[in-house]
Design a protein around this ligand. Structure first.
Ligand code: SF4
Length: 401
């Protein structure tokens, strides 16, 4: 563990994709396949350097994100899991997630991942309509996504998450309803639902600016989200984070379900994480920083790093991004992130233990105001969003920063 005693999450960034989706602004590249082997070796070295320097701390989760982690061979992903286990004390039974692109996997591939220790897959499905998938620039069609889920089950995975996108330009609500029904028919353990965001610098942004496609309609997106809230509750899924649902397994009402993403819970609980790879973010011992974004530069920096007792071990750190998270900022972020957890919210005791003051001492007037507007609800144990607050979450959480 690090200072503060929290277990950490390990994030490994895999910046390779086969094609570029029109809405994507992630740090990923379609023309760098020749770098894969060197990149994997650099990731293993970065893990070894930071883990050793930190005294081989406890790690609660491992998460491969991207990009497309399944653009790597299973042997590469297996070697990286092993590198995590050497450099960190990875908890027995730790959640090990790989983001998977449905168009890139076979049953044999998934069996190899399972054998390497991966125990959770997060499939980027996005839609079960082929024309929507083509519009988004995705590699797969609906049948491929359904087949990928079947292959994952056959390979022994019992913890699957599906990502879906709603609020596409001109998308009628019935089409979103149909996508959600197709997803439920596959009985995933977890669902992440995101409204389409038009990010600057993407082809989608240019299309909207030129009037080639309509901008997503916020009111329609809100209607789709409300449908998901109602439908997924009826289907036995607990809404535990603004955009995330997990199947209930008998947990008490109001608690975060056991099938929630354990890795992402570390972010939402404002606990420390180590990110390795190009552009990956870390938050350790009160400091936050990102690595350099370009994979070539990242590899060069890690390969050429000479340990020096006078320097902190962060071989690929982008110094412009280094930020000290002081107590006030950490408190605000605890509220901003914790309120996203719509069931557990922000715990009074955990807040006091971490910051040495009560929620009222820190935010009394703001909390009273939100409570009077029925945007939050309070018990002696916690504060959390109401159903109304969930619909206005962005405005509520912004007040704490
Ligand atoms: S697969 Fe994911 S990371 Fe790759 S381009 Fe598409 S949205 Fe971006």
């Amino acid at each position: 563990m690090l200072a503060g005693g929290s277990p950490i999450g390990l994030y490994l960034h895999i910046p390779f994709c086969h094609t570029r989706c029109v809405y994507c602004d992630f740090n990923t590249y379609i023309d760098l396949d020749h770098l894969k082997a060197r990149y994997v070796a650099a990731l293993a070295r970065e893990l070894q350097l930071v883990g050793t320097a930190a005294g081989c701390p406890d790690a609660a989760t491992i998460f491969f994100g991207g990009g497309t982690p399944t653009a790597l061979e299973p042997a590469h992903l297996g070697a990286l899991i092993e590198a995590c286990r050497v450099a960190f004390r990875v908890a027995p039974g730790a959640e090990i997630t790989v983001e998977a692109n449905p168009g890139t996997v076979t049953t044999d591939y998934l069996r190899a991942l399972r054998a390497a220790g991966v125990n959770r897959l997060s499939f980027g499905v996005q839609s079960f309509h082929d024309d929507e998938l083509r519009f988004l620039g995705r590699l797969h069609d609906a049948a491929t996504a359904q087949e990928a889920v079947r292959m994952a089950r056959a390979a022994g995975f019992d913890n699957l998450s599906l990502d879906l996108i709603f609020g596409l330009p001109g998308q009628p609500t019935e089409r979103w309803v149909a996508t959600l029904e197709e997803a439920l028919a596959l009985a995933p353990e977890h669902l992440s639902l995101y409204s389409l965001i038009v990010e600057p610098g993407t082809p989608l942004h240019a299309w909207v600016r030129r009037g080639r496609v309509a901008a997503p309609d916020d009111d329609v997106a809100a209607e789709m989200y409300e449908h998901a809230l109602e439908r997924l509750a009826r289907a036995g899924y607990a809404h535990y984070e603004i955009s995330n649902w997990a199947r209930v397994q008998g947990e008490p009402e109001g608690t975060t379900p056991g099938l929630a993403s354990q890795h992402n819970l570390i972010y939402w609980r404002n606990q420390p994480y180590w990110g390795v790879g190009a552009g990956a973010h870390s938050y350790v011992n009160g400091w936050r920083y990102a690595n350099v974004r370009r994979p070539e530069r990242y590899i060069t920096l890690v390969e050429s790093w000479e340990p020096d007792a006078a320097l902190p071990v962060a071989p690929a750190q982008d110094v412009k991004t280094v930020e000290r998270i002081d107590r006030d900022l950490a408190m605000g972020e605890q509220m901003m992130l914790g309120l996203r957890l719509v069931r557990e919210g922000v715990g009074e005791a955990a807040f006091a233990a971490r910051f040495g003051c009560s929620l009222d001492e820190a935010y009394g007037p703001t909390l009273a105001e939100f409570e009077s507007w029925a945007l939050i609800e309070r018990t002696p144990e916690r504060v959390r969003l109401t159903a109304r607050g969930v619909m206005l979450a962005n405005q509520v959480v912004a007040r704490f920063l």
